[in-house]
Write a protein that binds this ligand. Structure first.
Ligand SMILES: *Cc1c(COP(=O)(O)O)cnc(C)c1O
Length: 493
């Protein structure tokens, strides 16, 4: 067993093993000619099922060879320019370099005595992010935050802090039974907000109808007047507004809720404002579009997903708070870990997790290698491409698109002349499946007002308008084929 463990004696073994892995990856990437193999679950499963996990192969090359059929042959490759489905990004090389150290040194960021300098690096990056948000730096303004596993956890933690603060607010009767107060808490979010808001409300033990959907405008942005009305209605029903969740970049439309107006409303009502910037957070690094986040500095908490628009490998996210003292709602002490008397910076005091990866190092090495402007330019390039793609879709009679993109998604459908809404609803999900089955392009689907649409999420700075057009041509070709099939079926029927 000894030779498999990482140690001073086995560092050479480590180096040659990693080199073999990198070589195998290099060959793989060279040979790729599309984002997906197109194979189905039934086609992929047997190779995975056939592996006897109690009989090791022992040899690195044999293992790398086996990784083909069980994983790599059918992986979905986000860096391929015709991958345009979900909010996944191609990753930058400096972050991959950092991964070597994240995994091999294996620091755990819960306590100083398990990470030392790692804690300081994470704190500097929290500071960097809070400054970009406009909270001021952690060192001088009291702003703070913590790295998390993703936007879902960041949103959960933000709402947990908001719940803690709501309990302390003047709107809650301190003598009332806990369950009764919990039942009165309400969260306000637009109908287009991320489903993790609803999930968080449930995890936090709130009522099933605790999340109040706020009306949106034609651009899928929260209507601040409607928010004001909902908050007033909530109060007059003796309910307690616990938080407003504004989204800076909705998952489908990339819409950015009007943050300054929402901040005004929150201020008037004395409500915690959380900005879910899991998608739009990348604009913090943009030199051309940072203004789109104007108002974010008035939030109480912000979610940023570095593993989306900062081109970092999964996982890398953070929740940032204007007032670091609010993190006390997740502070618990264990004598063996972070005793109350500890004088050292223990990040576990601020986190929902205990053992925690040093994901911050990836962003650190990225910023130290490329710089923030280059990261921001990557996101801007994807947004530019979405605008060009929008112009193409708008001028093509076979396609429908209603909203010009704010960020880098395009919600559209294939609906040539003569295709009614119902037929379009049948057709578009099938187009998506047909493309996935073919594997040369991957697109997403969604529903808008009950109707089926397709979605391109563009996050690849290297993708070109030609790539987008080639995806659209594949959509059109699949659509035509499916229409022919449907027609001949009707003629026969
Ligand atoms: C992706 C996303 C999330 C969830 O983030 P994960 O990192 O996937 O957990 C939350 N909110 C929005 C707006 C998102 O786009």
């Amino acid at each position: 067993m000894k030779e498999h463990l990482f140690s001073a004696e086995t560092i050479e073994h480590y180096a040659t093993t990693m080199h073999r892995g990198v070589e195998a990856l290099r060959r793989r990437v060279h040979d790729l000619d599309g984002p997906f193999s197109g194979r189905t679950v039934d086609e992929v499963a047997p190779a995975v099922d056939a592996v006897d996990l109690d009989v090791p192969l022992g040899d690195v090359d044999a293992v790398l060879t086996e990784l083909g059929p069980v994983y790599l042959d059918d992986a979905v490759w986000f860096h391929e320019p015709t991958y345009a489905a979900h909010l996944n990004c191609p990753v930058v090389v400096p972050a991959l370099l950092a991964e070597v150290f994240v995994s091999a040194v294996n620091s755990s960021l819960d306590t100083w005595d398990q990470s030392a300098g790692g804690t300081l690096i994470e704190r500097r990056l929290v500071d960097w992010t809070t400054r970009r948000i406009g909270f001021g730096g952690a060192s001088d303004s009291g702003a703070d935050g913590i790295f998390t596993s993703g936007g879902t956890q960041s949103n959960l933690q933000a709402l947990l802090l908001a719940r803690g603060e709501a309990f302390l607010s003047g709107h809650v009767d301190a003598g009332a039974p806990f369950a009764e107060t919990m039942g009165r808490f309400r969260i306000f979010a637009s109908a287009d907000s991320h489903f993790s808001v609803q999930k968080s409300a449930t995890i936090l033990g709130l009522d099933a109808d605790a999340v109040v959907p706020v009306r949106t405008d034609a651009h899928h942005r929260m209507d601040p007047t409607a928010l004001d009305l909902e908050l007033a209605r909530c109060r007059s029903a003796s309910l307690v507004p616990m938080a407003v969740v504004a989204t800076a970049g909705t998952t489908d439309f990339g819409a950015i809720d009007p943050l300054p107006q929402i901040a005004d409303v929150c201020e008037q009502h004395g409500v915690w404002l959380h900005v879910d910037g899991a998608y739009g957070g990348g604009l913090l690094a943009s030199t051309r579009r940072r203004h789109l986040l104007q108002g974010i500095e008035r939030a109480d908490s912000v979610t940023v997903d570095f593993h989306k628009t900062f081109f970092q490998p999964v996982s890398s996210s953070a929740v940032l708070v204007r007032d670091g003292a609010t993190l006390r709602h997740v502070t618990y002490h264990a004598d063996y870990l972070n005793p109350r008397t500890a004088r050292l910076p223990n990040q576990v005091d601020k986190s929902l997790q205990t053992t925690r990866r040093f994901d911050a190092l990836k962003l650190w090495v990225t910023l130290r290698t490329m710089g923030a402007d280059a990261v921001g330019e990557g996101f801007d390039a994807a947004i530019d491409l979405a605008r060009e793609g929008h112009a193409v879709l708008r001028d093509d009679p076979d396609f429908e698109i209603r909203v010009a993109p704010t960020l880098s998604t395009l919600v559209f459908r294939y609906r040539p002349d003569g295709v009614g809404e119902d037929l379009s609803d049948e057709l578009n999900p099938r187009i998506r499946s047909a493309l996935f089955r073919d594997g040369r392009a991957v697109v997403a689907g969604t529903r808008v007002e009950g109707r089926a649409w397709l979605k391109l999420t563009l996050l690849n700075p290297a993708a070109t308008l030609e790539d987008v057009c080639s995806v659209l041509e594949q959509v059109r070709a699949a659509g035509r084929d499916l229409l022919d099939e449907l027609h001949s079926f009707q003629e026969v029927g």
